[in-house]
Design a protein around this ligand. Structure first.
Ligand code: NAG
Ligand code: NAG
Ligand code: NAG
Length: 360
């Protein structure tokens, strides 16, 4: 039997922060003052509320980060059965729960990455008073001769620190699921750091480039999303070994798996550790074919699919063998437009019969 050990309202934070982001847009920090502003954002833990009060300007970036992460998650999963739905739908709050699956791992990682990214980016724009440019990355490898770090490097460490404090403050339970979430939050932040780009400017007589000044910049967030998507496919299953048999019984923890994630006083004590940059999950994903809200699955009834594709978006896989409905419709648009002197445009109307397929 699939253990239903870790259902959790993982989207609580998303929903609240997305709501809050709207709230921020509507009311603004300045008009309300940070005290009132922060107390009106629903669903923050007391630690998060404290962070909001001490840097309300960074809260604006948190909202941006969550929106960025949500959009990226939807883009990356647009052809899959699980497609990130529910993340930003306030009315689904409390209904969309999800087990400690690979998808949950991705969700945490991308949101944590989004916050680290948006805060770092806001720092570089001068939008957060506590941060700005970084003096240049501490070099692990010596720079080739003629290089030096200069200009304005993004302060990724500030962004990562802020994201860690803010996003990790959610994990108060100290159970194995919290350990999983914290690990994936960290992997998400690391993915931002690993995606940074180096930009350089040449100096020297008539652009000879004998001397270069280089600095670190953020890539597009798509790059971070692509990297995390690769990690999603390679995510590692982990088992938690409870110190004493819990109420759920011990069976679900004893299946032999490669890696052991051990919980000790709420901290990770690992026997054989997945890399810090790996995503980890505790439970096998449902197949997301049927509607099962307890498992975080909305099912694929009514999803549109591609009849000729052999991939995940193809009707066979998307509809889980249930078959599909075909809708025919006529698409019309303006075409063969001609510009007449002077001044009007004359167009024909073109049309085409199209078919659309949706899962039964
Ligand atoms: C952040 O920076 C952008 C671009 O520089 C600016 O348009 C925006 O108003 C700033 N937002 C805040 C909250 O300072
Ligand atoms: C995502 O899945 C849900 C439920 O299966 C569906 O209602 C929604 O239209 C899908 N979104 C996209 C963009 O395909
Ligand atoms: C359907 O899949 C085929 C093959 O992968 C692709 O060429 C085509 O563009 C897809 N159609 C749509 C509407 O996405």
């Amino acid at each position: 039997m699939r253990p239903s050990a870790f259902p959790r309202k993982i989207f609580a934070l998303f929903v609240h922060v997305v709501l809050s982001a709207q709230f921020i847009r509507v009311y603004g920090v300045i008009t309300l003052g940070s005290e009132v502003f922060c107390s009106r954002i629903p669903g923050l833990t007391s630690r998060q509320r404290e962070m909001c009060r001490s840097s309300p300007d960074a809260m604006v970036a948190v909202g941006d980060g969550i929106r960025l992460a949500t959009a990226e998650c939807k883009y990356q999963f647009r052809h899959q059965r699980w497609n990130c739905t529910g993340i930003d739908n306030p009315t689904s709050f409390g209904h969309v729960v999800i087990v400690g699956s690979r998808e949950a791992a991705f969700t945490y990682a991308i949101s944590s990455a989004g916050v680290a990214y948006a805060v770092t980016s806001a720092c570089a724009r001068g939008n957060i008073s506590a941060c700005g440019c970084a003096p240049g990355p501490k070099l692990r490898e010596p720079a080739p001769s003629g290089w030096k770090w200069g200009g304005c490097s993004v302060d990724i460490n500030f962004g990562m620190r802020f994201a860690r404090k803010f996003m990790d403050a959610r994990e108060l339970e100290g159970d194995e699921r919290s350990v999983m979430n914290l690990h994936n939050n960290k992997a998400g932040r690391k993915a931002v750091k690993m995606s940074l780009l180096t930009e350089c400017k040449c100096h020297g007589v008539s652009g000879s480039c004998t001397m270069k000044t280089c600095w670190k910049t953020l890539p597009g967030f798509r790059q971070v999303g692509d990297n995390l998507m690769k990690k999603y496919y390679r995510a590692r299953p982990v088992t938690s070994v409870p110190s004493s048999p819990g109420p759920r019984g011990i069976d679900s923890f004893r299946r032999p798996r490669k890696v052991h994630l051990v919980l000790k006083k709420g901290k990770i004590a690992i026997k054989k550790m997945p890399k810090k940059s790996d995503l980890v999950f505790l439970q096998t994903s449902p197949n997301y074919c049927e509607r099962d809200l307890a498992a975080g699955s909305l099912g694929t009834v009514g999803r549109s699919c591609n009849r000729t594709s052999r991939g995940n978006d193809g009707c066979d896989l998307m509809c889980c063998g249930r078959g599909y409905n075909t809708h025919q419709y006529t698409r019309t648009w303006q075409c063969r437009c001609k510009f007449h002197w002077c001044c009007y445009v004359d167009c024909d109307t073109c049309s085409e019969r199209t078919e659309e397929y949706t899962c039964k």
